[in-house]
Structure formats: C-alpha cells, structure tokens
Design a protein around this ligand. Structure first.
Ligand SMILES: [Zn+2]
Length: 409
C-alpha cells in the first residue's frame, strides 16, 4: 500500500488532458506519455499479457491462482483528464492530519478550499488530503482509479494466499470527451463483467445512469425592414424563444435531482434570419426519456404549423441507462456491495446524473457498474482526494476479486 501515494503523484504530474475537438484516438498525443509509463509499470509489478494498442488502450492480466473455474472479471479506469480545466504542471499539496479548517490552495490568488463551502471536507478530519495548488485540476478523476487498480494488483501478486480467478484490467483514453469506450475491444478484454473505478466519495456504487440525447433546433427567419415588416418578417430569435418557452420550466439541471430528468439548453445563438439552440435531454426512465424527445418533436410541429416550416430539429441519441444490462446479472452489484460492507464501508447506491464509460461498455456486452475512486470536486481547482479513501478503494478491489472466487461457481 505504501506505493499508492507516490504512484498517484507520479501520474497526476503527467498532463493527459483530452480534447473534444480532436478526431484522433487518443484525442491528445500526450495521453501516450502516461500510457507508456503504465505499461512499464505493469510489467514491473508482474502483470501478464500487458498490451497497448494503436489507440493507447492498455490491457493486462493477473492470472488465476486457483484450479477451480472462476469468472474472469475486470477493473477499468481512464487516463485522460477533463478539457474543462488545465491539467498542466499539476503540483499537488499534501495536507497531513487535516484539521477541519480552510486549506489555502493559492495564497497569491486567494484560492481557498473551505469546509464552509465544501462540507464533505469535514468527514476527513485527521486524514491525509491531496489537493491542487489552485492553478490546475488534480486529476484524481481518474488517476486515483489507475493507482488503486495497479496497487490492488500488486497486492494480490504479493499475497498469493488470497485466491482469485483471472483478473483483467484496462486503462482507456478519452473518457472525459465521451469516447473512452468507443474503441474498447470487449472481446479481447474477455471479462464476464467489470467495474469502472471512476466514482467520487467512499462507498459510491452506481449501476444506473441517464438515458441521453442531444438536440439541435435551427430556426430560419426572414429579415424585413422593421418599418414595413407587418405580416412579412419572420424573426427567428422570437420563434426560438417561443420554442424554449414551451419546455417545462422546472425540468432543468438546476432544479432537479436524483431520478428527475431534464432539458438543458447550453447554447443559444440568434439573429433575425437564423437562430440556433443546442440542448441536451436526460432521463433515467426510458419511457420518460422518449416522451421528452417526443415533446421536442411536438413543439417543432406546432411552431411549423403556426409560422410555416421554419423550424428544424435534429435529435441524436448519446448513451443509455446501463441498468437494463446490469439487472439481469445483479450479483455483480451485490458482490461489490458485500465487498464494501465487509470492509465497514457503507455502500452509497444512487443513480448517476450523467454517463460513464461503463454504460457504453454495458451495451457493448461488458456489464460494468461504477465504484468510487475517492476524489471530490472533479474537473476544477477544488478537486481533492483523501489518501485513506484511495486505500479503501484498493481494499474493495482486492475483496471483490476474493469474493468472486468464493461465491460464484
Ligand atoms: Zn472520470
């Protein structure tokens, strides 16, 4: 376990920010810097079948140490960090024996990580916190996951008395731009199921995520001199506004939680001749999700009738709720839950208000719930992670391997 922190610190020092506008895989070449290091390290700790493909997907095997046939399971995390905030020159601060007070991240810029605002901090009094220096994100999302998986594999290699089946691990690029699973070779991975180590606080265990679509509304107007516009002008801005006015005003991200879905308008560009609106549609429930998309279609129809065909709507599905793929194999959630409980970790099972690589992988044939990696405040300068949470994640991985070997025939 003593290598967990140095490992994590080494990984976060390497900039692996992904880029949503890039067409290549990985989306940024610098992700290969970390990938190369990880490949070397996997060899060093004694993993087998270590491979990296041309897209920088890394896979490796810890062979079974039993005669009995046990299902092959996997653990996955991602190498890239969010495009939302700089991951360059990450220079973490280590706060030992945290006293529950403000942590000054950056004196010059007066950036403070305070429990007044981030109450979660208070549960970590007495622990070792790893924070940023206020200039970058930390990259615990998801380099904590990588450090935890590698440390767990090393632990199992050093403790052959713990019996386990074949374990596969994978590190992917480009999760943060929604493409981590796209070129994942599920067949080559060859696991019956897997877990992404990509959740936040200790205990998180997730197997439900949003159904997701994006929509683009384009309104074409007609510009006429305002003095002579009666019955002639078609103002695209006004019609786009009318469209948005017909959406349920309380079903937006800032007013919803848990399993409540929403419409989220994230772009509005308008001139008289043309207005463009981009939004995303989210709902855990498949029927409600379809109804939301239908509402957009209905509004389009209505406005087209009223103003003559000037509204165009394009809806693209993005990802689906993995629940339907996980429920038929629910023991994979129960094993994780039991692993946590046996380590005195209270499982926090809640629907993800987003997507994970695991949801895509689940639909590609690899059921894949998500487990905590331990960090908080992802994608920004207030990101931090308690070392003790990372240690717990390592123990959960080890325990899942152990329980799978005991319980499943
Ligand atoms: Zn992540």
């Amino acid at each position: 376990m003593e290598k967990l922190l140095p490992r994590f610190l080494e990984y976060v020092a390497i900039d692996t920010q992904s880029d949503p506008y890039s067409k290549t895989t990985p989306t940024t070449e610098k992700q290969r810097d970390l990938a190369k290091k990880l490949v070397m390290e996997l060899h060093q700790i004694g993993m087998q079948e270590v491979s990296i493909d041309e897209n920088a997907y890394i896979m490796a095997t810890l062979p079974s140490n039993m005669d009995k046939k046990v299902p092959t399971i996997g653990f996955i995390s991602h190498m890239d960090t969010s495009p939302d905030f700089s991951g360059k020159n990450v220079s973490p601060q280590i706060v030992k024996n945290y006293d529950g007070k403000d942590i000054v991240l950056n004196k010059q810029k007066n950036i403070v990580l305070s429990p007044d605002y981030f109450e979660d901090l208070l549960q970590y009094q007495g622990q070792t916190l790893i924070t940023t220096n206020g200039n970058t994100l930390l990259g615990a999302d998801d380099k904590a996951g990588i450090a935890e998986i590698i440390t767990a594999m090393e632990y199992l290699i050093q403790h052959p008395e713990i019996k386990h089946g074949k374990i596969r691990i994978a590190f992917t690029p480009d999760e943060e731009v929604g493409r981590g699973a796209h070129k994942f070779d599920v067949k080559k991975f060859g696991a019956e199921w897997a877990y992404t180590m990509d959740g936040s606080q200790v205990g998180e265990l997730e197997y439900e995520n949003f159904n997701a679509a994006s929509a683009k509304i384009t309104v074409l107007g007609k510009s006429v001199h305002p003095g002579y516009a009666k019955d002639k002008m078609v103002n695209a801005i006004g019609i786009a506004n009318e469209f948005l006015g017909l959406l349920p005003p309380n079903e937006v991200p800032e007013k919803t939680s848990d399993r409540e879905g929403f419409f989220h308008v994230h772009l509005f560009k308008g001139e008289i001749e043309k207005a463009t609106v981009e939004l995303i549609v989210r709902d855990h429930d498949a029927l409600h999700f379809e109804a939301r998309k239908q509402l957009l279609e209905d509004i389009k129809e209505k406005l087209n009738k009223k103003y003559g065909d000037c509204v165009n709507l394009q809806i693209d599905d993005q990802y689906k709720n993995m629940r339907e793929k996980v429920e038929p194999v629910f023991h994979i959630v129960e094993i994780a839950k039991e692993a946590m409980e046996s380590l005195d970790i209270e499982p926090i099972i809640k629907p993800i208000r987003g997507g994970t690589d695991g949801s895509q992988l689940s639909f590609m044939g690899l059921p894949c719930p998500n487990i905590f990696a331990g960090g908080h405040n992802f994608h920004g300068k207030y990101e931090y992670i308690p070392l003790e949470s990372m240690e717990k994640a390592v123990k959960v991985i080890v325990k899942i391997c152990e329980l799978t070997a005991i319980q499943i025939k």
